[in-house]
Ligand binder design. Sequence first.
Ligand SMILES: [Zn+2]
Length: 320
Amino acid sequence: MSATCTVRQRRSPPGKVRNGDGVKIACKARNHGLCSYEELPEWQRDNDKILRGYVRETRSLMKCVKSLFYFHNESVNIYTHLIPGGTYLALLIFFTDFVLIPQFPSTSMSDYIMINFFLLGAFLCLMCSSCFHCMKQHSEAHSDAWSKVDYMGIIVLISCSMVSLLYYGFHDYLFHFKLFTIVVVVLGSVCAAFVLNDRFNAKNWRAFRAAFFVLFGFSGVVPIVTGLVKFGIEESCKRVQLRFVLWEALFYIVGAVVYGLRLPEALLPGKFDFVGHSHQLFHVLVVCGSICHFRALIGSYFFLHTGLSTSNLLNLKVLA
Ligand SMILES: [Zn+2]
C-alpha cells in the first residue's frame, strides 16, 4: 500500500467518504490502506461504479490471506461463498451417512454417489470463488489464474447439478440418463476450453463468455421438456421437484442479469462499494439457487424411496 493512496484518501471530501456504509467503514478502510478506483493499477480496474474500498495489488500471498480479517469491497464476496461452501463440505461429510441412510436403508450406491456428487460440486464451486476473491489482489498473473479457477468452479457446479438431477429424472431410463449426461460433459468441456484459453479472458469477451455459460445452464431445459413429454407434468413434478428446479433457474437467471447489468451500482455509483453491489447479489443468488437444487434432490430422493409427494417431507423428523 503506497503512502500516496492514504494521503489521497485523507484528502477526500468528507461527503464522499461518509455516504453508503458510513464513517466507521471509511475509517477502517483508511487504517488498512484501502484505495479508490482511480488509484488502482490498470489491471485491477474492472468496475468503475465501485469507487472505494479496494485492496491494492499486494504481491504477497500472506497479505491476501490477511485481507480476510478486515473489511474491504471483496469481503462480502468472499464470505457469501466461504460460509455456504463450508456448510456444503459439512453436508458432504455427514449428510448421506448420518441423515439419509439411517432414515432410508434402501439408499443405493447410486443415490449415495449422486447426492454427494452435487454436494461436492457445490463445495468446490463456492470455495473456488472465495479463493478467487481473496487472492485476486495479489497480481495480474494471480488474478488471471484464480479467475480461471473461479469459472471452472461454476462449470463443476452446473455439471454436478445437472447430472445429479438427470439421475432422479431418468433413473429407470438409463439410456436417457447416459445421453443427457454426455451432453452435459461435452458442453461443460467446451465451456472449460473457453475459460482455460487466455484469448477469451479479455474484457471484450466478457459478454460472449457469460452467454456461453447461460447456454450451458439453459441446456437443462432439453431433459426437462423430454421428461414432461415422457412422464407428464404431475409425474415430472414429483420426479425432479420441478417447482424447486424452476426457482433455482430463476435465481441463476436473475443473478446473471444483475451481474451483467451491474445493478444496483450502475444506477448509484459509490453507494454500494462495500455492501450490496452486483457481484455480491450474484453470489447470494447463486447460493439460493444451489439450496433450491439441494432441496429438489432431497425431494426427488424422498419420492424415489417412498413414492410419496414432497408434501410429506416435513413429516421426516430429520428434515423437520
Ligand atoms: Zn464471484
